[in-house]
Design a protein around this ligand. Structure first.
Ligand SMILES: [Zn+2]
Length: 375
């Protein structure tokens, strides 16, 4: 998802829970359509009751989605895989885990926990239906939540990445073949198939049956297609970067700049040399890191009067890498920290610099060499 995780509403099990901006749209839509549905089915209720039931049911539905994501998270945490965040958004929920599962069994258990928890909730609401008649508010609410959780669990079991079913498929292929890259490719391909299927079915349904439901299915298909393509690209990057360490690709050319240099002069230096990142030194000692990104954080009209020292990333805030750090892990770190370059440090001295561009060059070169080799 783009645009950051959204508004933080709290923490459960230490995991920050976010509401993405798009969630408010779906929450309003579901509340509104539930209130209308209850008004149609239970005309003897008051209007306030229709709206209250709609609101409570909608809240409990998103509580159910959160429960589903927490189920994935609890299993991940048991394997000591950190859970970065849980975000509720227009198409449901997503639990972002800190790294890929270490084995097929772990992936399988993390994936299946979600649908399992939704079936559990469906069963729980089903039991409530036995206690309260469906003409009651509680009975009506339990009926809708039971059916919806059942549908949610079953939909998620469709074997196309990034749905839970796609992860289960990947875990099974991974377990049988021992080949993670191949399993990911197969799961991503089946995810694309499922997505195209949903789009076609959705368009067909919107033309022949229910316009709104059809359009919605097509939208979900489009979202899944994007996600499946992203995961496909990620697998290619992982394969290209496996076995490479920071020292293998770092540039040993380390341009420096004096701390008193004005940003004006620094910008000429960047334009003249094409180098986008410099070590800031004072009497031979490193005191910071200066880059084009840091330069652009200062308004253009202040460049003449601001020094590099005032704009640089100070030494203690620089993110370092060790020469032996795997490049794949380093790239993930650079993405989550949103930095474009990381100095490589050995025994307290900077020995090189790894940039995102240098990593991409390796990915591209390996993809081309792989192509040549396979012809
Ligand atoms: Zn799930």
């Amino acid at each position: 998802m783009d645009g950051g995780p959204g508004i933080k509403i709290g923490r459960i099990l230490g995991i920050p829970i976010y509401l993405h901006a798009s969630w408010f749209i779906i929450f309003a839509l579901i509340t509104f359509s539930l209130a209308k549905q209850f008004a149609y089915q239970h005309s003897h209720w008051t209007d306030a009751q229709h709206w209250a039931a709609g609101l409570i049911t909608s809240l409990l539905f998103f509580g159910s989605v959160l429960f589903h994501e927490l189920a994935h998270s609890v299993v991940a945490l048991r394997y000591r895989i950190p859970v970065v965040s849980i975000t509720l958004f227009i198409f449901g929920g997503v639990a972002r885990i800190g790294r890929e599962p270490g084995s097929a069994k772990q992936e399988f258990n993390i994936a299946i926990a979600g649908p399992f928890s939704s079936y559990l909730l469906a069963g729980g609401f089903r039991l409530l239906m036995g206690v309260f008649p469906s003409s009651d508010m509680l009975g009506a609410l339990a009926e809708w939540l039971s059916i919806t959780n059942l549908a949610l669990a079953t939909f998620n079991l469709i074997p196309g990445f990034p749905l839970d079913g796609g992860r289960i498929l990947r875990a099974l292929v991974w377990g049988v073949t021992g080949d993670f890259a191949r399993a990911s490719r197969i799961a991503a391909r089946s995810g694309q198939l499922v997505a195209y299927g949903l789009i076609v079915f959705g368009i067909w349904r919107s033309l022949t049956g229910s316009f709104r439901d059809g359009l919605w299915l097509a939208f979900i298909g489009w979202f899944l297609l994007t996600a499946a393509q992203e995961s496909y690209a990620q697998v290619a990057v992982r394969a290209a970067l496996s076995g490479i360490r920071a020292a293998d690709i770092m540039s040993r050319d380390l341009p420096t700049v004096g701390r008193a240099t004005s940003l004006e002069d620094y910008s000429y230096e960047v334009l003249r040399t094409g180098r986008r990142c410099h070590l800031v030194v004072d009497n031979g000692a490193l005191i910071g890191l200066m880059s084009v990104a840091a330069l652009n954080r200062v308004p253009r009209e202040e460049w003449a009067t601001t020094s590099v020292q005032a704009a640089m990333i100070p030494r203690e805030q620089i993110r370092w890498a060790a020469p032996e750090e795997p490049v794949l892990a380093l790239l993930e770190r650079m993405q989550s920290d949103d930095v474009n370059q990381v100095p490589v440090v050995a025994n307290g001295t900077v020995v090189g610099m790894v940039t995102r561009e240098s990593i991409l060059r390796v990915v591209r070169a390996r993809a081309e060499v792989g192509d040549l080799a396979s012809h």
